[in-house]
Design a protein. Sequence first.
Length: 412
Amino acid sequence: MKVDTLITNIGQLLTMDKKGPVKGSDMNDLTVMEGAAVATENGKIVWIGSAEKAVNIHADKTIDADGKLVTPGLVEPHTHLVFGGSREEEMALKQQGVPYLEILKQGGGILSTVNATREASYDDLLKKALFHLDRMAMHGITTVEAKSGYGLDKQTELKQLHVTKEANVKHPLDIVSTFLGAHAIPPEYKEDPEAFLGLMSELFDEIKEKNLAEFVDIFTETGVFSVEQSRRYLKKAKEKGFGLKIHADEIDQLGGTELAVEVGAISGEHLAVASDNGIKQLASSNTIGVILPGTVFYLGKDTYPRAREMIDEGAAIAVSTDFNPGSSVTENLQLIMSIAALKLKLTPTEIWHAVTVNAAHAIGRGHEAGTIATGRMGDLVIWDAPNYMYIPYHYGVNHANTVIKNGEVLYK
Ligand code: NIG
Ligand code: FE
């Protein structure tokens, strides 16, 4: 057999090769292959077996994993990738106890990033997005979801979406695009959120035609959009053929989790204050809970999403950074894996499902990403770690030794 790339001498290999999304107690069931090897050809995985058998394979390039841990490339299912400026001055306000929604109400928060994004040129936004993508890649991410939502006018939302599309072409990482025009109410529409949602939904056709986004998302929150408004808006999006996502029950318990299930969203995201009923409904649905514990940490709160209960009830959970300039400023999903262990009480096995196979399903990529199996994309990470439990355990640093995207070394 002749292949492009052979990764051999793997200590532990996590293939995460399961029919996902992986729900409930199945998230705690892990197959670990010891002493394995993986081969890729034309960017795809073509062979998985023991390192002993791999000696018969002729590879153009052989990578010795030196007994280290190898997993699928991480899948990051929720980011606000494209934005102008930064918001470091908000940290002092947070320290003084000014709540996140209060900062927003005063025209700061998301709205300050909206101003910076409106002012930024297309090229500057692209350059910045590519920078953050490099950093994600360095930390072991090989597929990422990216939301718009810092334009809040037609022109700037489209600018963000076009930047995302070009970044997907220019950067080796795969980007899945989500239209989050309904992220906040801009000052021009302060008195008329309905009219604003109308304006954003006028973009649906163009976004579809130009293939600028696969999903439509909305921030269902006090002072932003109500459950009723969200329902109507999302139904319109569904009719136009978009998959649905919701920023649900992040700060106030409005019933966004229940709404995500009701409208058949692919994911309900945040769910930090989901109700008992919301958790039950999530567990008996096909909607994946995308959990963002870094946001709770970064907003200085202590009400973490009840992901433990969600899994115990039978739900499928993914975990993400929520990378954005306000509520969670990090590209390091490994750090979030540690927070998931410490604050959500998830096991390392559950966490690996949450950042690979389930994260891929949460962004409609379950068929190609998040799993090491023949025919899948050759996206793998060699970690400076002796076993899979080590990554959440040793926190706050980058453990990625070699990141391989489509069979090519992207970062070493
Ligand atoms: O997921 N909640 C709304 N959106 C983001 C925060 C965006 C921002 O603060 O810029 C979130 O937390
Ligand atoms: Fe978010």
